[in-house]
Design a binder for this molecule. Structure first.
Ligand SMILES: C[S@@+](CC[C@H](N)C(=O)[O-])C[C@H]1O[C@@H](n2cnc3c(N)ncnc32)[C@H](O)[C@@H]1O
Length: 306
């Protein structure tokens, strides 16, 4: 017999054997997430149940009267509670798709965003017929850009740096997961500093980066999933959001070959300012600015002057 709604939502007493049905557990999850202000509560509750129980969506629809073992329902309830506390769904499920590849994600690294795929697409177009380009991904996080580039460009060598050891652990696992560990070299350190140690000055065809770009004053207003869970080192871009971009503009000149490309992601309203900084600094020609699917100028593409 199905438990009543009151029995399902209440903490089961020790030794009480009240197994909820799949349908009841789904209802419980939807109401928990709705109360927590999650927009897409039903869809997310389904994903969490699929993950927690190994159940398919079809089973959730057709087999709703099946009772769920206590250990499994407890696991599902723990995951509902984490999501209700606004932990990102991707950290709970442990993966995120990027450029058609599945990436492991965790609290040590930023969750890859769809707009970042534009950087990979730009460089894939530029180098699809190049013989053996050497590309650096600065601030690699989960390794999504570096691994997706290595996957799309079978003759490329990618060097990827990050200051965060936790992010690099995740990035290395992602390269291994896609069997690209031999062509993506991960190095710990500040921006280009690890590349200096291996004498890559003047040898790069391209530098790509999605640096932290949230202005200091906007950090406190971020939605809880981002501000309270994703690493601050991956978000905080200094007073105007472009502190790291300015350093990249300066250092990339030393590492790019003449004619080499610098491809940078920016936040909303930052592209024009970054282009002006690049022109004032000198050494670069502006190739183009790419908009994301929301019409926001998201990627600034520059070339190192010959
Ligand atoms: C916005 S996240 C981007 C991560 C990943 N590339 C992506 O697109 O999902 C920025 C990354 O830069 C790293 N980072 C921040 N400051 C850095 C620095 N000075 N040197 C190296 N990496 C840095 C952070 O640890 C973080 O992983």
């Amino acid at each position: 017999m199905e438990c009543t709604a009151r029995q399902i939502t209440a903490e089961p007493a020790p030794g009480e054997d009240c197994a909820p049905t799949l349908a009841a557990l789904l209802r419980e999850g939807v109401s928990r997430l709705t109360e927590a202000g999650i927009q897409n509560a039903r869809q997310e509750a389904v994903w969490i149940l699929e993950f927690a129980l190994g159940a398919t969506r079809l089973a959730l629809q057709l087999d709703g009267r099946r009772t769920v073992r206590q250990k499994e329902s407890q696991r599902a309830r723990e995951l509902f509670a984490r999501r209700a506390a606004r932990e990102p769904l991707q950290y709970i499920l442990g993966t995120q798709e990027f450029c058609g590849l599945e990436f492991q994600v965790g609290p040590g690294a930023l969750i890859p965003r769809p707009e970042t795929e534009l950087l990979v697409e730009e460089l894939t177009r530029a180098f699809c017929s190049a013989s053996a380009p050497i590309i650096a991904d600065i601030g690699t996080g989960s390794g999504c850009i570096a691994v997706a580039l290595a996957h799309a460009l079978p003759h490329a060598s990618i060097y990827a740096t990050d200051r965060s050891q936790a992010a690099l652990r995740i990035a290395r696992q992602n390269a291994a997961r896609h069997e690209l560990g031999d062509r993506v070299i991960f190095l710990a350190g500040d921006l280009f500093e690890p590349l200096r140690r291996i004498d890559l000055e003047g040898r790069l065809e391209a530098v790509v980066s999605n640096p932290p770009y949230i202005p200091e004053g906007e950090l406190a207003g971020l939605q809880p999933e981002v501000g309270a869970f994703e690493p601050r080192l991956a978000l905080a871009g200094g007073e105007d959001g472009l502190t790291i971009h300015r350093r990249l503009l300066k250092d990339a000149l030393e590492f790019l070959k003449p004619g080499g490309r610098l491809v940078l992601e920016v936040g909303q309203g930052q592209a024009g300012r970054l282009c002006r900084i690049a022109v004032t600094r000198g050494g670069y020609g502006l190739a183009r600015v790419i908009q994301d699917s929301a019409g926001i100028e998201r990627v600034v593409c520059l070339t190192r002057k010959k």
